[in-house]
Design a binder for this molecule. Structure first.
Ligand SMILES: Nc1nc2c(c(=O)[nH]1)N(C=O)[C@@H](CNc1ccc(C(=O)N[C@@H](CCC(=O)O)C(=O)O)cc1)CN2
Ligand SMILES: Nc1ncnc2c1ncn2[C@@H]1O[C@H](COP(=O)(O)OP(=O)(O)OP(=O)(O)O)[C@@H](O)[C@H]1O
Length: 338
């Protein structure tokens, strides 16, 4: 790794790879959440509290797109993120898995899901408002970073989402098509698995595809593989009880992300369920845990403390934004090593 590429601007003191300059790195550094400044104060005290709040003091340090998103978030999004439930992760990247909830926390859980809903709705609006040429620049930057990354080049089995432009997801079409076109080298080529929704109970499977034509649009207009290929053969199922070989890399979609590895999906629980099961299986089989990489437009990166954590959330190891690769934890950094 080139030393000058390592910038120490992030909270975890981990290097931010591929950022263009240290200003960018410090702008991504996270001011604390403004939680609480609106509550129970006189208008004057409230104005003072707001102007002295870390978010406002550090306002100019936020990425531009993210700060304009903050302006549009309703006050309910700035409630203090409720403390994680007692048996849940504390938010530390080490504790990626949450074990469950206590019934008496039902109300608290409902409030967290409500906060998620509010944030989803704001991010959807921000994505809709994004200038198409900026989106396309960011799509290109993110895909270039992935295609050039050593951890991507060295991966042998990868699960990637098939991006849906109507959902304004970071484009993965070039990552998929270039990887599928790549001629096999030394007798091997990368295997790609993509999701297929099984039912509405958060179940999806991952099927191996060998060409983009293997995909057909589902009822949500997302391209998915049929379980049987054009020749009538069953596709290899990456749902891993049948699988002999581990997946080394996941490229994950989502609506919002933060630098502690939280990922806010579309609310189906599909990825969290899948990842949790896969991590369990990898443990049982003594496989290396896969590298979990989320792809994010700059407008989707939120301040820490904004995205609530609920019991099944699985934290990601790495964010790829147009500014570069942001490793979340030292464990993530280790997994990135080739
Ligand atoms: N490209 C892609 N494929 C994926 C996912 C994904 O997020 N992206 N999934 C990840 O789980 C699974 C499918 N889950 C999905 C869940 C919601 C929506 C969706 O259209 N949501 C609308 C809101 C719908 C509503 O609230 O009524 C939206 O987000 O605008 C799509 C896919 C598996 N495949
Ligand atoms: N109030 C609630 N109490 C308990 N579970 C809930 C509640 N609201 C939603 N859920 C469940 O939580 C799951 C959604 O979790 P979450 O919102 O974290 O998903 P997500 O991370 O956005 O989705 P994905 O993992 O697919 O990207 C769904 O399975 C849903 O049934």
């Amino acid at each position: 790794m080139i030393k000058s590429q390592l910038l120490q601007g992030n909270k975890t003191n981990l290097p931010v790879h591929g950022l263009q300059n240290s200003t960018t790195a410090s702008r991504l550094t996270n001011p604390r959440s403004p939680a609480g400044v609106h509550v129970g104060r006189s208008p004057k005290a409230r104005r003072r509290a707001i102007s002295e709040s870390p978010m406002v003091r550090n306002y100019k340090l936020l990425p531009i797109a993210a700060s304009s998103l903050f302006n549009r978030l309703p006050p309910s999004a700035f409630q203090p993120a409720l403390r994680p439930l007692s048996r849940c992760s504390s938010g530390s990247p080490k504790m990626a898995r949450n074990e469950g909830i206590k019934p008496e926390n039902e109300e608290q859980l409902k409030a967290l899901f409500e906060q998620k809903r509010v944030i989803r709705s704001s991010v959807r609006k921000a994505l809709k408002a994004m200038d198409p040429s900026l989106r396309s620049q960011e799509d290109n930057a993110i895909q270039n970073i992935v295609l050039e990354a050593p951890w991507f080049k060295s991966s042998q089995r990868l699960c990637a989402y098939v991006s849906c432009s109507a959902l304004r997801e970071v484009d993965t079409s070039r990552i998929l098509s270039e990887t599928l076109q790549h001629p096999p080298k030394d007798g091997y080529s990368k295997k790609i698995y993509v999701p297929r929704v099984e039912d509405k109970n958060s179940h999806m499977r991952m099927f191996n595809i060998s060409r983009m034509d293997d995909l057909i649009a589902n009822s949500m207009n997302i391209l998915e593989p049929a379980p049987v290929d054009g020749d009538g053969n069953e596709r290899e199922d990456g749902n891993f009880m049948q699988t002999k070989d581990p997946i080394d890399l996941f490229l994950l979609p989502g609506l919002a992300f933060d630098k502690s590895g939280r990922r806010l999906g579309r609310g189906g629980g599909y990825y969290d369920t899948f990842l949790k099961n896969y991590q369990e299986l990898a443990k049982v089989r003594n496989w290396k845990q896969p590298l979990l990489v989320a792809l994010s437009y700059s407008v989707q990166i939120m301040d820490e403390g904004i995205i609530p954590l609920t019991p099944n959330d699985v934290l990601v190891d790495v964010l790829v934004s147009p500014s570069g690769v942001i490793p979340i934890s030292s464990a993530g950094l280790d997994k990135m090593k080739v």
